[in-house]
Design a protein around this ligand. Structure first.
Ligand code: UT7
Length: 326
């Protein structure tokens, strides 16, 4: 049983919808600007007091149900998030408690928008290494809690949500390859500067609004296209595949123009690229998690298809994972 495969997918999006027209009333922006520059029309926002673990819990319950597995059968829970319920304990610990998955080891991964691919890769390797049999990987975010709702350059972009995958040990190869990359020297391009050990939370931090996301979007745009292309190419090469073999590309949903540029450079036709950015905006680690789940729900992933996840985010970090759907 040295291979791992995905046996259940789930998602959860909070019911409250924030439209571009709602944002027009909050900051100096327009539906036209947001739509043409990003492709986003609406995003979901949690009610006050709802933490990331609750979103992860709903997505996980659905994934476990579809997998036909009880929480007590889980050996491992990984939550990829940059909006943990608390700095510690981990969001995975809360999730373990809500699920009553008492046997499961649990930890969080902080790899921003690339977190779900980092998480899937970790779980796959731990299962194929023989350490665990059943794992739950969750990408969950409440980005609304770290968004500066007075900053039009960022507040129109983000949303809340969660996606989950249950992985189990198997005899057939499903995860074909993975490539994870990073460049910490460019950390400042996308950062939440205040509230950590370097600049602890204080009145001054709050006054300067350093407890919110800061992003140099324009610079990130160019890097995102370049490294997402490189990530997908590298992962495919490691699997001895070419872009023409990809049945469905599931890219991180940060900007529709980034997705289109990546697809064009990889020569993957639009009908083989999954997008849900118009509905949910950028949900960081939850974006690719929800996109994979929705693509499967919509019947866009069939047996023996080659699915390539391709992600990029703050760190900077990026990655791609190639899966044969079995
Ligand atoms: O998820 C992790 C990684 N994230 C990314 O990769 C994000 C990558 N970056 C992007 O998606 C895009 O750069 C943005 C969507 C963030 C911005 O789009 P852009 O086309 O790069 O716009 P810009 O930042 O160059 O700004 C163009 C103009 C500026 O005005 P001036 O200086 O030309 O007069 C901005 O002030 O648009 C203005 N602007 C806005 N106008 C209306 C910025 N935000 C808004 C807004 N509404 N919400």
């Amino acid at each position: 049983m040295k291979f791992a495969k995905i046996v259940g997918l789930g998602k959860y999006l909070p019911p409250k919808i924030l439209t571009n027209f709602d944002l027009e009333k909050m900051v100096d922006t327009s539906d036209e600007w947001i739509t043409t520059r990003t492709g986003i029309k609406t995003r979901r926002i949690v009610e006050k007091g709802v933490g990331t673990s609750r979103l992860g819990y709903e997505a996980s319950r659905l994934a476990l149900k579809r997998a036909g597995l009880r929480p007590s059968q889980l050996d491992l829970i990984i939550v990829a998030t940059i909006t943990p319920d608390t700095q510690f304990p981990s969001t995975a610990s809360y999730l373990q408690s809500y699920l009553k998955a008492r046997r499961a080891s649990c930890f969080d991964i902080s790899a921003a928008c690339a977190g779900y691919v980092y998480g899937l890769t970790s779980a796959w390797q731990m299962i194929s290494g023989g350490l665990y049999k059943n794992a739950l990987v969750v990408g969950a975010e409440t980005l609304s809690s770290i968004t500066d709702w007075s900053d039009r350059s960022t507040c129109v972009l983000f949303g809340d949500g969660a996606g989950a995958a249950v992985l189990t040990a198997g005899r057939k190869k499903s995860f074909l390859s993975s490539y994870l990359g990073g460049d910490g020297s460019q950390a400042d391009l996308l950062i939440l500067p205040g509230g950590g050990s370097h600049i602890p939370l204080s009145g001054e931090v709050i006054k300067k609004r350093l407890h919110y996301i800061k992003m140099r979007g324009n610079e990130l745009f160019r890097i995102a296209v370049r490294v997402m292309v490189k990530a997908a190419q590298t992962a495919l090469k490691r699997a001895s595949l070419r872009t023409k073999d990809v049945s469905l590309l599931i890219p991180h949903q940060a900007n529709e123009r980034i997705i289109n540029a990546v697809g064009k450079r990889l020569k993957i036709s639009p009908d083989r690229i999954y997008k849900n950015i118009s509905r949910y905006g950028n949900m960081s680690s939850a974006s690719s998690a929800v996109a994979l789940c929705e693509a499967w729900e919509e019947g866009k992933i069939k047996k023996d298809d080659i699915v390539a996840l391709d992600v990029f985010g703050g760190g900077l970090v990026w990655g791609s994972c190639v899966i044969r759907w079995i």
